[in-house]
Design a protein around this ligand. Structure first.
Ligand SMILES: *[C@@H]1O[C@H](CO)[C@@H](O)[C@H](O)[C@H]1NC(C)=O
Ligand SMILES: *[C@@H]1O[C@H](CO)[C@@H](O)[C@H](O)[C@H]1NC(C)=O
Ligand SMILES: *[C@@H]1O[C@H](CO)[C@@H](O)[C@H](O)[C@H]1NC(C)=O
Ligand SMILES: [Zn+2]
Length: 973
């Protein structure tokens, strides 16, 4: 235990036992807001510092060079004047600072929290991106940050505001998540310039945003768009890094300027006031990494505020009152105004993607930038879910260091310059280092836990997660015998295809937990991976179907090399696959020609193409030259049949830097898999390239397609159209790109056929012509796009441009008339199991005598098909955190889109639940304490359901997530 942790314990003991540390009762929350009049025009000054958890510098560089000074100097400045306020956002940084502080500084901060001067807003681990994140990770990283604040500073520190001021466009799911965490408002700055102009003209910069098409007005959140990004008004930056004239209120001084400065500020206020609907405006007083010497700004603001008391200035007939405030106090003021005037705000029901900050500059490149990072982050989340489940089942404390380290690393990855790929190269390396170190220790922790369980003894298998299996490398499988544990983190029994590199030995005996031999297949690896340095790569991959893996459970498989058997060469065939899933390859071109799935045959071709980048294309922005993508392959491509006992497929070579397997699995015939590798992108002609996979069909989707919002609800997109503002299509390609987190689909309503592509990471995607779906898989740009990162995006690895491997899963079928399950339900099921997938642990230790528990299930039965256990993790002594979600939307499936009830009384193997306490989504507040503001125009559309829990039975309407702290008793093993 470190010194810092020890201090924390001492402090915590104090605050739990006695009264709060501050004298008097805390008056935090809305009660602590400055009084604003209805007869004045109120200008809410918001002192804030935007502290990126990595971007141009690594998170630690920012912390030690900047952020620790910022928080310390703000605390000093706030103590000088009780009117002064500050909002603190990123908990990754706050935690570091708090751990460093002595008890008296902590006490001082607690007082400032309790009287409302120091307010936490957002307070997630980082300010997450909204385009490339998956909702599970967003929720997790909020849970982590909110809990830290709650544990250390109590209820007064509980945030009420979502503060997403820098992300590059905004997802509807983020609004929904914010609302369900109990937040009353959301603030941001970046939206399409035409949307912003319209909102400015129509005074709809303050609006009401409905975050869900399924959850009624529980997902409504008051949203305010910042006026001038998040900076201070021009000429009013008083930070030490700025040179604007300080305010001088000494009338004897030749530099006296108070009255003039008040006048200038009043002009700014009058201009801004024209664009907002009430007698309140919010003025951000801050920027990136400001307030390192907080006193300079606060002293000037003190004078400015006083100046407005001396010199009368007006907006229309109302006197301007300038005050220190916070976003929550602004929300309260607007709320009171619109309610007393019964003035409904404009209602928004879609999202704020894509973001263009001017003509031709669409921030749609970052949907794909650094694709290997984007996948690595998903793996981090995948392992984190496994670790949390195993820890909860095997009675590990919630603050197990290895688990916390991984939660934090995944939390950092959600930051809007991390998962986005918009950071400098050295920062990207630092993120990868932090995540891989955390994954390594989490692997060791969970591996040791599983070892004890499997061996029923202290045997340690020394399991490895084989994270480089994608480049055909795993030390532990380079052996005559090895043991594989396949852990299934899903809430349903599932079958997965195991794919692992194997070295030299081409004949194996694979034994499942019941002692049966398993069919397997050995294929050549997708490509020659010997370019990967410091790894022993193999030319072969073994694959087999791990069948019927139990939910929250595992199966152990044993591998033993045997004598070589000869296998005959497969003969070429046009149709590849099985009865329920097959595809056809064109004899002329070597490309895909048609697929048969779900009882229908659809013509589908697929090809890899690229756009040539303009100079303005970079890490953030995508600007192609012209609208036509060029093929990577110049003519017909080489296609080789690759078949065996497990799968049927082909290997396609599109030239020197693109190839893929197209495959169908015998035991999993619900999709066609595309396992591709792209790179190094050939930019020897000095032209950047942005590579897409393009699927072409004869389907008529009438310019409409669907993309998911952070992996949850589908949003309909219409080509060259925006629901909220007049759209000019000066960029027909990049202006039609949307973030795809796990699924993009087109529908032919006449033929009643849908085609969907499910992804293994976030990517940009679109349907630019009817019948087409394209996804951008990789990019290399030759220029910086001038949005701050100051580097061109051209990732190098092993002395060449980076290679990226990934998977797409194609699903096609009738949109109705399915007997068992709708196509939407099938797609969601695949997306679910490709996001949090069964995890492989490999050991080559001699395990003789240690293989005692070869399979186990953490759930006594599968959950209903439409329910997923989103979260299971240790919470406190004898409690676990549970999140249950309904995974379908209304109307997606006749049977599965109905309300569903889950009985938790006898579900878990390792423990019994005694009591459930329902909380808000972030788990930092009991649901019964959650009182949200009401807004005129927000009304229940009938989709709200009574939220009671009887006899541990939980009912979920479509798309609902319910969060519980469950009191449990562990069962004897
Ligand atoms: C202007 O805002 C009002 C609500 O504030 C809304 O009803 C109306 O549709 C908006 N008009 C335009 C042109 O956007
Ligand atoms: C393979 O996976 C590792 C870990 O996620 C990643 O760092 C690497 O870039 C991947 N390689 C390819 C070719 O995608
Ligand atoms: C939702 O509507 C109900 C009544 O229809 C209202 O009582 C509630 O306050 C509304 N919620 C919000 C967030 O405005
Ligand atoms: Zn930022």
């Amino acid at each position: 235990m470190t010194f810092a942790v020890l201090l924390f314990c001492v402090f915590f003991a104090l605050s739990v036992e006695g009264k709060p540390l501050a004298e008097g009762e805390p008056t935090c929350g809305y009660e602590a807001c400055p009084k604003v009049g209805s007869d004045t025009f109120n200008v809410h000054l918001i002192p804030h510092s935007h502290d990126d958890v990595g971007w141009l510098k690594t998170p630690d560089q920012y912390y030690f060079q900047d952020v620790q000074n910022i928080i310390s100097s703000v605390v000093d400045a706030l103590k000088q004047n009780p009117e002064r306020r500050f909002v603190q956002v990123e908990t990754a940084f706050f935690q570091k600072w708090w751990e460093q502080q002595k008890p008296y500084t902590r006490e001082a901060l607690q007082k400032l929290v309790n009287n409302g001067q120091f307010e936490f807003i957002n307070a997630a681990w980082s300010m997450n991106d909204e385009a490339a994140v998956h909702y599970q990770s967003t929720i997790d990283q909020f849970t982590l940050g909110l809990r830290y604040i709650q544990d250390n500073l109590g209820k007064c520190a509980r945030p009420k505001v979502a503060w997403q001021i820098d992300p590059f466009g905004h997802s509807r799911e983020q609004a929904s998540i914010s609302a369900h965490m109990g937040f009353d408002s959301m603030f941001f700055a970046r939206l399409d310039y035409r949307d912003k102009n319209r909102r400015l003209d129509n005074r709809s910069m303050d609006l009401l945003w409905r975050g869900s098409a399924n959850l009624g007005n529980t997902s409504d959140i008051f949203t305010s768009v910042l006026y001038r990004h998040y900076s201070a008004p021009p000429n009013f930056c008083f930070d030490i890094v700025c040179n604007d004239a300080a305010i001088n209120d000494d009338p004897e001084s030749p530099d006296y300027n108070l009255e003039e400065r008040v006048g200038e500020f009043a002009d700014f206020v009058r201009e801004q006031a024209k664009h907002y609907p009430t007698n309140n405006i919010l003025v951000t007083m801050g920027d990136d990494f400001r307030y390192e010497a907080a006193m300079t700004t606060y002293m000037n603001l003190d004078l400015l505020i006083k100046g407005f008391e001396t010199f009368e200035q007006k907006v229309d007939d109302k006197r301007i009152k300038v005050l220190y405030s916070t976003p929550s106090c602004y929300t309260k003021a607007v709320h009171d105004y619109v309610n007393s005037n019964n003035q409904a705000l404009e209602l928004k029901t879609d999202d704020f993607f894509p973001y263009a900050d001017g003509p031709n500059t669409y921030w749609t490149g970052y949907f794909t930038s650094r694709p290997a990072s984007k996948h690595f982050e998903r793996q981090g989340n995948n392992l984190l879910q496994v670790v949390k489940q195993v820890a909860a089942n095997l009675q590990q404390p919630y603050d197990r260091e290895e688990m916390t380290e991984l939660k934090e690393a995944v939390g950092v990855m959600q930051h809007h310059d991390a998962i986005t790929g918009t950071e400098k190269q050295h920062v990207a390396k630092n993120y990868h280092f932090l995540l891989s170190r955390a994954m390594k220790s989490a692997n060791d922790f969970v591996g040791a836990q599983l070892s004890i369980f499997i061996s029923r003894d202290a045997f340690d298998f020394e399991f490895d997660s084989c994270l480089l299996a994608n480049v055909s490398s795993c030390d532990k499988t380079n052996s005559d015998r090895f043991t594989l544990v396949v852990y299934n983190p899903l809430s349903h029994t599932t079958t997965t295809t195991v794919m692992l590199p194997v070295y030299e030995r081409t004949s194996w005996k694979i034994t499942d937990p019941d002692g049966n031999s398993v069919d397997y297949q050995i294929d050549s690896s997708l490509t020659d991976f010997t370019y990967v340095e410091d790894a022993t790569t193999s030319a072969n991959t073994v694959q087999f179907a791990a069948k019927d893996l139990p939910p929250h459970g595992y199966k152990v498989y044993q591998f033993e090399a045997t004598k070589k058997e000869e296998t005959g060469k497969p003969s070429p065939r046009r149709v590849v696959g099985y009865d329920n899933a097959s595809f056809e390859i064109s004899e002329q071109t070597g490309l895909l020609e048609a697929v048969t799935l779900n009882g229908i045959r659809v013509e589908v071709s697929q090809d890899f193409q690229y756009y040539e980048s303009q100079d303005s294309s970079g890490a953030y922005i995508f600007v192609p030259q012209g609208q036509e993508a060029k093929r990577i392959a110049s003519g017909p491509i080489t296609t080789t049949l690759v078949t065996g006992n497990v799968s049927q497929g082909v290997l396609q070579e599109f030239g020197s830097w693109a190839r893929q397997f197209i495959k169908v699995y015998k035991d999993d015939q619900s999709f066609i898999e595309f396992d591709w590798i792209i790179g190094p992108i050939d930019i020897s002609d000095n032209v950047g390239k942005e590579v897409v996979t393009k699927f072409t069909t004869p389907l008529k989707n009438n310019g409409e397609f669907y993309t998911d919002s952070n992996g949850r609800e589908f949003i309909k997109r219409t080509r060259n159209h925006r629901p909220d503002y007049d759209y000019s299509d000066e960029q027909p390609v990049s202006g039609n790109y949307y973030p795809v987190n796990n699924r993009i689909a087109i529908r032919d309503d006449d033929q009643k056929i849908e085609l969907a592509i499910i992804t293994d990471r976030s990517q940009g995607g679109s349907s630019l012509n009817d019948g087409e779906v394209e996804l951008m898989v990789h990019r290399a740009c030759q220029h910086d796009d001038g949005r701050g990162v100051g580097e061109n995006l051209n990732e190098q690895e092993f002395g060449q441009g980076i290679k990226v491997r990934g998977k797409h899963y194609l699903v096609v079928g009738p949109t109705s008339g399915q007997e068992k399950k709708s196509l939407a339900a099938i797609e969601r099921e695949i997306a679910q199991r490709k996001t949090v997938t069964p995890w492989f642990f490999v050991s080559n230790k001699d395990a003789t005598g240690a293989l005692n528990q070869l399979q186990h299930s953490g759930l006594k039965s599968d959950l209903p098909e439409n329910v997923h256990l989103l979260t299971l993790e240790p919470w406190d002594d004898d409690t676990v955190l549970l999140r249950l979600e309904h995974v379908l939307e209304k109307g997606e499936d006749d049977n599965l889109s109905k309300d569903v009830t889950v009985d938790l009384s006898d579900l878990f193997t390792f423990f019994t639940i005694n009591e459930l306490q329902e909380t808000t989504l972030g788990a930092n507040m009991l649901l019964e304490e959650n009182v949200r503001m009401h807004w005129p125009g927000s009304s229940d559309d009938g989709s709200q359901k009574v939220k009671d829990v009887t006899d541990l039975k939980v009912t979920l309407p479509p798309m609902e997530i319910r969060t519980f702290v469950a009191k449990i008793t562990y069962n004897p093993l």
